[in-house]
Write a protein that binds this ligand. Sequence first.
Ligand code: ADP
Ligand code: MG
Length: 456
Amino acid sequence: TWGQVRESLMQRVGKNNYTTWIEPLRLNRLTNGVAHFEVPTSFFGDWVQRNYADHIRSQLVNAGAEVHRIEFAVASAAPKSAPVKSAAAAAAPAAAPARPARARAGQDEELPGAPLDARFTFDSFVVGKPNELAHAAARRVAEGGPVTFNPLFLYGGVGLGKTHLMHAIAHELQLRRPDLRVLYLSAEQFMYRFIQALRDKQVMDFKQLFRSVDVLMVDDVQFIAGKDSTQEEFFHTFNALVDQNKQIVISADRAPGEIKDLEDRIRSRLQCGLVVDLHPTDYELRLGILQQKVEAYRAQYKGLQITPGVLEFLAHRITTNVRVLEGALTRLFAFASLVGREITLDLAQDCLADILRASDRKLTIEEIQRKVAEHYNIRLADMIGPKRLRTIARPRQVAMYLAKQLTARSLPEIGRRFGGRDHTTIMHGVRKIEELMAMDSQLSDDLQLLKRMLQG
Ligand code: ADP
Ligand code: MG
C-alpha cells in the first residue's frame, strides 16, 4: 500500500515537494502503530518529520493502516544508489517558465541553476525612490566588469522585487558576458543539492561545481539560518569564491544583522560587501508599476477600456506588496474582458473586494517594530528584549505607541508581541510617549515621519 499512499501524497504536497522529500523515503516496517522510515540524513528526517509527518500519517491511516507515530532513522548500510534525478526539475518552482542558466560555451556541463523567469528583466523593472539604490547596484553587477563590491546583499520584504532584480542580473549577464558561468538558485535549492550530494556521496563534485562558477546568486538566504551543515557548506563556498574574486549576489527578507540563527562569521561575511535595502513601495512607484503593466496588457486585450482614476485608486489602496498589486490588475483585466465591460472604479471595487479588505489591515506590529528599530538604529531583537537603557527603551515605547495607534490590536496582544510584556507596561509606554510628544518636538517629528512611512 505504500505505493498507493505515495500517490495520494503526491497529490497532497505537489510534485516538487514529493520528489524532494517523499520519494527518497523507504518504509522499513510498520509495527505496533509505529511506521519506521529510512532517510538519507538526520537533517532530512527532521525536515520531513516537521513538515510532512502529519500528511504521511493521515494518508497511511486512510489506506487502512494503523499508525500512531512515524519515526525516521538514517540508513545505516551503504545507500542503494538511487538514480540521480534531474535536480533542476525536482526543485524548480512550478510556476516559473523554464530557461536554465546557461553554461559557458564549449563546456557542455549544465549548471544546476533554477530556471529564470523571462519576464524579470531590467526593462520591466520600474525604478522609484524605494528601490533606486538596489536597482543601481544590480545594474552595476550586471555589467560584468571587475568586481567592486562583494557580495551584493539585497534585502527587503515580500514581493518588493528581490527575485526580479536577481533574474534581471542573470539575463543581462547572459547577454553581455556569455563567457561567464552564472549560477542562480534559491537557498532552499542550495540546501537540497547539498543534501543530495551527501546522500549520493558526491560532496566533492558538489564543492567543485559551486566553486567553478563566476557569478553565484543565492535567493532567500534566510532559509539556511539554523540549518547547520548547509550553512557550513555555504560559508566555504562563499569564501572560496570571494577569494577567487568571483561575484556573489545574495538576497534575504531582512538585513544580515536581523537573521536569527545565522553563524556570526557568515553574518559578518555577508555584511562586508554592499548591503542595500528595497524599501516598501510608495504611491508613485506603485502607480508606475501599474501603468507599465497596463501597457503590457493593452497589447494582449485589444480595445480594453479603463476609466481614469482606477489605477490611482489601486495604487492608493493596495500597499502591501507588488505581487498582490499585479494579481489585482490581472484579475481585473481577465474579468473585464470576460464580461466585455470597461474597467470602472465600481467594477474594481466589486471584483477586488477581498483584496482591498485584506490590504486594509495590512500593518503588523512586527513591521512597526522593524521600521522603528531601523529609524533609531537599534537591533530589532532589542525591541522585544529586556534592555532598559534609555536609547533602547525609548524607541521601544515609540513602537508600542505606534502599534496602539495604527493597528487594531489590544494592549495584551501588543504586549505579547513585545516579548511577552504585561499590558500595563504597554499602557505605560503609550502614555509616556503621549506625554513627551507635547514637549519634545524632535520626538513628534520622528513620530510623524514614522507614521507616514508605515502607512505608505
Ligand atoms: P521578492 O523576491 O522580493 O519577494 P519578486 O521579485 O518576486 O519579489 O516580485 C514580486 C512581483 O512583483 C514580481 O512579479 C515582480 O515582477 C513584481 N515587481 C516587484 N517590484 C517591481 C518593480 N519595481 N517593477 C516591476 N515589477 C516589480
Ligand atoms: Mg523572491
